[in-house]
Design a protein around this ligand. Structure first.
Ligand code: NDP
Length: 485
């Protein structure tokens, strides 16, 4: 099928622009590696111009003095526009990232909910009055940070763009968004919708270009007041070093190697489905993928047999096809990395139970497909048991006692998320408190709402997205002391 090539521009200071050097990057459909679009390949100068535009907009009376209720109404309008355009946004997301259309529709709906949630909070960001010795008034003001830079990764382009854009705007910041160079399309569309919703010029800027050039410049720019980064630990550390040089605030959402612990008294069919979906959704490219499953020895055999059968029955294919249950990974390099991990796992002595290759179907030859893959007998010393693979690869391990399961689950530098499967309340809450992770799901998996905090312990991040307290990050506190004597 030949695809109509779409040419996009980037949004800087309210204008739709090409790159200052005229260069463009090709955007590929990961299901066949055909070029579907071209976007400007921004330069450092373009990044600087975007920060300048955001800074000017931040100080403009139009934005600075805008009634916070009006900011809320703009976000409400944006919510409606995202919903009205959800079919187009979901299609673009699937064509660009590869996930199934059903998943993309879910992501777009999630993005709309994030705007809706923070729309309602825009005029509820309150300071406090503080009792001090007599004849004084002492109070705090919650003020926006200023210019915030949002480094958005390629695995959830629209949902993660919305997750930080919504609170940033609700709190009165101005934004420079840098989507991943491989998946910029829905972020550009979001910029267009934000402008339509009434954000003044320069309040939302979207710069397309590489992380190593444009991203690195943005996070080192001294006029940037806050950085929201989602991605790998390695790049996250580089971003923190750059931010430290300018004492810039950072919010870091990094990786995970997230455990499920399945006890014998769990609803087993439900747990099997959730363990499968928890790793093969978005072809495993999720910071909160349930990539390790610890299964109690008394149910192990039946559980694993059923899980492998269900995995073998999954339909792999292009995300746009209705029957597809798992799409490709987002890039050719990701496909190579994931297959490299499979090789490592086999060499390290883990037992491959299913998958581990490119699918045989010749129809899928040109795409970045990897079979859904399951290993057993995995230990924490193996790469497959410790590294964030970011692909459809599950490691299964048998456990005897709760203590053993908790120890193995915590045996990782990451601490993002965990799943517990049991019908015993005491076990559920006891294990939830002992897991060294920022989020736990009991008897379900992959649940996040714009109103519930999401963030990592240990090397999985710093700070929280989502929820009312996310606004703490997007604001700074000024104390005012008035002498009334
Ligand atoms: P990176 O951490 O390199 O990329 C994440 C984001 O950071 C992208 O938008 C990227 O832009 C940008 N970026 C890259 N370099 C810089 C820089 N020097 N300064 C500022 N921004 C930068 O991840 P990769 O894409 O290389 O993926 C590697 C691994 O990262 C994955 O295997 C996975 O483990 C993890 N990851 C985790 C995510 C999460 O949700 N926590 C999301 C994505 C990846 P660009 O893509 O344009 O280079």
């Amino acid at each position: 099928m030949t695809v109509q090539l779409q040419r996009f521009k980037m949004l800087v200071g309210g204008e739709w622009k090409d790159s200052s050097n005229g260069l463009a990057s090709s955007i590929l459909d990961p299901s066949n590696n055909q070029v579907i679009a071209e976007v400007p390949r921004a330069t450092k100068q373009d990044a600087r111009a975007a920060v300048d535009a955001a800074k000017t907009a931040f100080h403009s009376p139009e934005w600075r003095d805008m009634d916070s209720a009006k900011r809320g109404r703009i976000l409400t309008k944006l919510t409606g526009l995202v919903r009205e355009n959800s079919d187009e946004l979901a299609r673009l997301e699937t064509m660009n990232e590869g996930k199934t259309l059903r998943e993309s529709k879910g992501d777009v709906a999630w993005a709309a909910r994030a705007f809706e949630y923070f729309a309602g909070l825009a005029d509820k960001i309150e300071g406090e009055t503080i009792p001090v010795p007599p004849r004084r008034l002492n109070y705090t003001l919650k003020e926006p940070l200023g210019v915030t830079v949002h480094i958005v990764p390629w695995n959830y382009p629209i949902a993660l763009a919305a997750r930080s854009l919504a609170p940033a705007l609700a709190a009165g910041n101005t934004v420079v968004m840098k989507p991943s160079e491989i998946t910029p399309l829905t972020a550009i569309k979001l910029g267009e919708l934000a402008a339509k919703a009434g954000t003044p010029k320069g309040v939302v800027n979207v710069v397309t270009g590489s992380g190593s050039e444009v991203g690195a410049h943005l996070v080192s720019d001294k006029d940037v007041d806050g950085i929201i980064f989602t991605g790998s630990d390695e790049t996250g550390k580089q971003v923190m070093e750059a931010a430290a040089r300018n004492v810039t605030h950072v919010l870091m959402e990094l990786g995970g190697k997230n455990p499920h612990i399945v006890f014998p008294d769990a609803d087993i069919p439900k747990a099997i489905k959730a363990v499968k979906d928890g790793i093969f959704t978005n072809a495993g490219q999720m910071c909160w993928a349930g990539s390790r499953a610890f299964i109690h020895e008394s149910i192990y055999e039946g559980f694993v047999r059923e899980l492998v059968d269900k995995t073998a029955a999954m339909r792999i294919g292009p995300g746009l096809e209705d029957s597809t249950e798992m799409g490709p990974v987002a890039s050719k390099s990701r496909q190579d990395i994931v297959l490299g991990y499979v090789k490592d796992g086999t060499e390290e002595g883990a037992k491959l139970l299913h998958g581990g290759k490119k699918p045989k179907d010749p129809r899928l030859d040109k795409g970045n497909f990897v079979e859904p893959t399951i290993f057993e007998n995995v230990t924490g010393e193996m790469k497959v048991g410790s590294d964030e693979i970011f692909g459809p690869v599950l490691s299964i391990t048998k456990f005897k006692t709760t203590d053993e399961a908790v120890t193995m689950a915590n045996e990782t530098d990451y601490g993002l998320y965990g799943g517990i499967w049991t019908s015993n309340l005491k076990t559920a809450h006891d294990v939830a408190s002992r897991l060294e992770v920022g989020g736990v799901a009991i008897n379900e998996y992959l649940v996040t709402f714009p109103q519930t905090p999401f963030g990592g312990y240990k090397d999985s991040g710093i700070g929280h997205e989502n929820g009312i307290r996310a606004l703490e990050y997007y604001t700074r506190t000024k104390n005012v002391s008035v002498n009334l004597g």
